[in-house]
Design a protein around this ligand. Structure first.
Ligand SMILES: *[C@@H]1O[C@H](CO)[C@@H](O)[C@H](O)[C@H]1NC(C)=O
Ligand SMILES: *[C@@H]1O[C@H](CO)[C@@H](O)[C@H](O)[C@H]1NC(C)=O
Ligand SMILES: *[C@@H]1O[C@H](CO)[C@@H](O)[C@H](O)[C@H]1NC(C)=O
Ligand SMILES: *[C@@H]1O[C@H](CO)[C@@H](O)[C@H](O)[C@H]1NC(C)=O
Ligand SMILES: *[C@@H]1O[C@H](CO)[C@@H](O)[C@H](O)[C@H]1NC(C)=O
Length: 335
């Protein structure tokens, strides 16, 4: 374990240096974008999140999931927040039910910011900032979020179905989904760490408990899932193969705390989704996971924050592209 840890720490140091050096020419977003146009913007988001997340910490997972979904489809442009219209369903119509609860949260922050500085702060930036602040409230790292994203005007359900990585994906498919967005193996491994605060419905992984090969029955569990854990889930949580209402913690015992126990679970073959279990089927990914598990949480926090900044840059709209929405669920031509 000593060797991969050394490598990991070196990789972190090197990449941080590169991003700082490459900052000026390559990055279209910048820290403190609203410094003059809406000086209290970040403080307002942070204050709202700080007041509300302690009362409903599970929203933190919802926000990160929503931000991830947003960035994976048409870039981080808040397209996930747009309502469908009569004729056409939007990305959010493809989102799992659990994702939807974050929308009202973002809408409320947006209305405070519209009062403070009308038409200035994008919904895409609010989502990125609120996600960062929420993770920090539940015990995760705090990092500086580059801002200046503009909001998109298009949201199409089918694009979400096609592009968001599925919980049933294997490592190869996960990695190519990430690579198609300019993200790499490290980003896949560290962003999956967000499952440390995740929850899931039984039906998103019940084939792993009951019907892995299609033969059916408890004998047909996924052999890559710890047998004892699977039996426990069948007994206490997902009691039938068709249960679509029961919610399970992805990181039992500490699902409201941003920590390393999700990765510890993966090494014990207790990842809930196939896409979690897939991370330890790749030697490089597994070595990275073993390294952070054997290190102080700050090491994970640093690489996680770096991958979050990268995620937040995917295909962003800037300058005069898109618009600054007045309401996060509606394009401005609606008015
Ligand atoms: C967006 O859609 C949701 C549910 O479909 C609805 O409750 C909400 O009022 C809509 N928002 C706007 C601004 O129309
Ligand atoms: C979403 O979940 C809520 C409560 O958990 C439930 O009342 C609602 O029916 C669900 N909606 C869908 C579309 O599954
Ligand atoms: C991953 O899954 C895809 C199907 O989604 C399959 O074609 C591919 O062979 C799988 N790769 C591995 C290495 O199992
Ligand atoms: C198990 O999976 C097979 C094929 O995927 C399906 O035909 C069958 O209905 C499933 N059985 C149960 C109990 O869900
Ligand atoms: C859950 O399953 C029941 C019965 O199988 C079905 O009627 C219902 O539509 C399902 N709900 C969702 C949200 O998939």
């Amino acid at each position: 374990m000593a060797a991969p840890l050394t490598t990991l720490v070196m990789v972190v140091v090197v990449t941080v240096a590169v991003s700082v050096a490459g900052g000026a020419q390559a990055w279209v977003l910048k820290e403190g974008f609203y410094e003059h146009s809406c000086p209290r913007a970040e403080e307002i988001v942070k204050h709202y999140v700080g007041q509300h997340i302690p009362l409903a910490p599970s929203i933190a997972a919802t926000l990160i999931r929503t931000h991830f979904h947003d960035c994976f489809v048409r870039g981080c442009d808040a397209s996930v927040l747009l309502n469908g219209t009569d004729g056409a369903e939007a990305e959010r119509d493809a989102a799992p039910n659990l994702t939807l609860r974050g929308f009202a949260f973002i809408d409320r922050i947006k209305s405070i910011l519209e009062h403070e500085c009308p038409g200035v702060v994008s919904c895409a930036d609010i989502l990125a900032l609120a996600t960062r602040d929420a993770i920090s409230v539940v015990g995760g790292p705090f990092w500086r979020v580059p801002t200046g994203r503009r909001d998109g005007t298009v949201s199409i359900k089918q694009e979400a179905l096609d592009q968001i990585p599925a919980p049933t994906m294997n490592f190869t498919d996960l990695l190519s989904a990430f690579q198609s967005k300019g993200l790499d193996l490290a980003d896949l491994v560290w962003l999956s760490g967000a499952h440390t605060i995740g929850i899931a419905h039984c039906n998103s992984f019940s084939e792993r408990l009951y019907n892995f090969t299609g033969k059916g029955g408890p004998q047909d569990a996924d052999p890559s899932l710890d047998m004892e854990y699977a039996a426990n889930l069948r007994r206490t949580k997902c009691r039938t193969p068709t249960d679509n209402t029961t919610i399970v913690e992805m990181d039992p015992g500490s699902f409201l705390t941003f920590d390393l126990s999700y990765y510890r679970g993966l090494l014990k073959r207790r990842g809930l989704f196939q896409s979690d279990a897939a991370l330890v089927t790749d030697a490089a990914a597994k070595a990275n996971i073993a390294s952070v598990v054997g290190s102080p949480p700050e090491v994970f926090f640093q690489v996680f924050a770096r991958s979050m900044v990268k995620l937040g840059m995917v295909d962003v709209k800037t300058g005069s592209e898109g618009e600054i929405r007045k309401h996060c669920a509606l394009v401005n031509t609606h008015y």
